[in-house]
Each structure stands twice: as C-alpha cells, then as structure tokens.
Design a protein around this ligand. Structure first.
Ligand code: ADP
Length: 269
C-alpha cells in the first residue's frame, strides 16, 4: 500500500533530443479509486429502498383510487422507475470501470442480439413509424462479454430511436475488414453539432438537457458504451451532421473476430 504510481511521458526537446518526464500520480489514482468506490456503494445502497417504494406504488395503483391520487401515484411510479434505471446504469458503469479488461471472452450470438434489438427498437418507438434496417455480414462474429456487448449495442439502438423523429430511418450494420469488426448504428435524426462530439462520451454530458432527460435516458448511455469498448480493446467513434443524422460505430480489434460457431449459424438461418 506504499506503492507509488508514476506516469512517464517522452517529450521532444530541441533538435532531436528527448526528455523523459515522470509524474507522481499516486494521489490522483487514490482519489479516482475513492470516487469509484463511493459511486458503487451509493448506487448499491439506493437499490433496496427504491425497490420497496416501487413495490408499494404498484400495489396502490392496482386499486380504485380518486383521480388526483391516481395521477400523483403514477407520476411517482414513473419517476421511481427512472431513478431505478439511473441507479442500475451507475452500478454497471462502476463495475465496468473497476477493471480494464474483460475477464473471459466467449463467442457472442451477435446476429441474434442485433435482430432482437431491431424488434425492441421498433417497440420502443412504436408511435413514431420509423424503419430499422439490418445489414449483417454472415459467418463472422465476436468474442467478448455478452451482457456488456448487449448493453453497449442496446444503448446505441435506443438512442437512435429516441433522437430520431417520426418516419426516420435507422440502419444497423455489422462488417469486418483487415482492421477488425465494426458495428454501426446510423440514423437520419437531429444530428449533433461538432462542438459537442469530443465530450459526448463523458458521464451525464448532454447536448440538450431538457430534451434528453424527457426522452427517458439516464445520461450514462454513451459512457457505458465507451467503457465496454475500452474493456474489449476497441473504441467508439461518432460522426454527425446537424439536421442530417448521426452514426455511432463500435470498432473491435481483429483478435476478437472469429468465424461464427455452428450453433449461432443455425439460429440465424
Ligand atoms: P442520454 O440518456 O441523455 O441519451 P447518452 O449518454 O446515451 O445519454 O447520450 C448523451 C447525449 O448524446 C444525449 O443526451 C443526446 O444529446 C446525444 N445523443 C446520443 N445519441 C444521439 C443520436 N442518435 N442522435 C442525436 N443525439 C444523440
């Protein structure tokens, strides 16, 4: 526990010379750890009381109640549902931050996951009359941690549904090339101004606070995607044009790409 953590940087100095700069970041790392532990503990502790509150609200809402009371209670129920989502995203994020790499990588039924999210996306935007098309390379899938990959992909699909207006088009694609595997979600929705792009993957960073929180998200979606990608040795890139739409691309390194095992192949036929 007396270890010192140093960060090294090599800087150019004059013509061709280099200097090695070492910085003691022990205190910084300790503070970061304290922050992570606090968030993990706080979200864990908030879970139980929230479950109890929601349980009671559901029971009350099952009964005949005067209208104002009914309205108040259903507001309370939907807000406590929102709080529950927030708490579970905070917990997930603190678990993702706790270690830099996924522990065991297994073949992921990527095609099935994407088809399922196509249906879930259409259900989420059922009043918007959007189309969600799917274009998947056959025979190739991904090694990784399934629940994390599911969280990442679902956040991107649900964002596209939420930030794309009625009649919009959303495209889900999976392909491989010599650099690795790529999953993209492209929409023709509101788009994002380029000044926001560098900060978009930070926790709680939102382009338009009121519109985003109305849309039902937790503000943690893209931070979750970012950490899932880092833990798989990949990254998330975002391209967007205001008024035209956005594309979010998950890039996975080539050592995680495999030929689809027979079982998933059969499931997809
Ligand atoms: P939120 O819960 O607010 O959606 P996210 O981390 O998932 O949190 O996204 C951060 C912000 O990025 C959103 O508030 C929104 O402003 C913007 N955003 C995300 N996806 C899209 C998209 N497909 N089109 C336009 N803006 C988007």
């Amino acid at each position: 526990h007396n270890d010192i953590i140093l960060e090294y940087r090599i800087t150019r100095f004059g013509a061709g010379d280099r200097i090695l700069v070492a910085r003691d970041i022990t205190r910084l790392k300790q503070l970061e750890q304290t922050r992570q532990d606090f968030v993990a503990n706080a979200s864990h502790e908030l879970r139980t009381p929230l479950t109890v509150i929601r349980g009671y609200l559901e029971t009350f809402l099952d009964q005949e109640l005067p209208r104002p009371l009914q309205r108040g209670l259903s507001q309370m129920e939907s807000q406590s549902k929102r709080m529950e989502n927030l708490v579970s995203d905070l917990l997930l994020l603190s678990r993702l931050e706790a270690s830099a790499h996924v522990a065991d990588e297994l073949p992921i039924p990527l095609h099935s996951i994407i088809y399922r999210l196509q249906e879930d996306g259409l259900a989420l935007g059922k009043d918007k009359n959007q189309t969600i098309t799917v274009d998947l390379e056959a025979g190739k899938t991904l090694l990784g941690q399934e629940s994390e990959i599911f969280s990442a992909i679902s956040n991107l699909v649900f964002n596209a549904v939420r930030y794309t207006p009625n009649e919009g088009n959303i495209k889900l694609r999976w392909w491989t090339d010599k650099k690795g595997g790529h999953f993209s979600v492209q929409d023709n929705g509101a788009g994002i101004d380029s000044i926001h792009l560098p900060r978009l993957q930070e926790r709680f960073y939102r382009v338009d606070e009121s519109r985003s929180s109305d849309s039902g998200g937790t503000g943690l979606g893209l931070a979750i995607v970012k950490h899932v990608m880092l833990r798989h040795g990949g990254r998330l890139t975002i391209n967007s044009q205001p008024g035209k739409g956005s594309s979010f691309i998950c890039h996975f390194p080539s050592d995680l790409i495999i030929a689809t095992p027979a079982k998933e192949h059969i499931e997809n036929e």
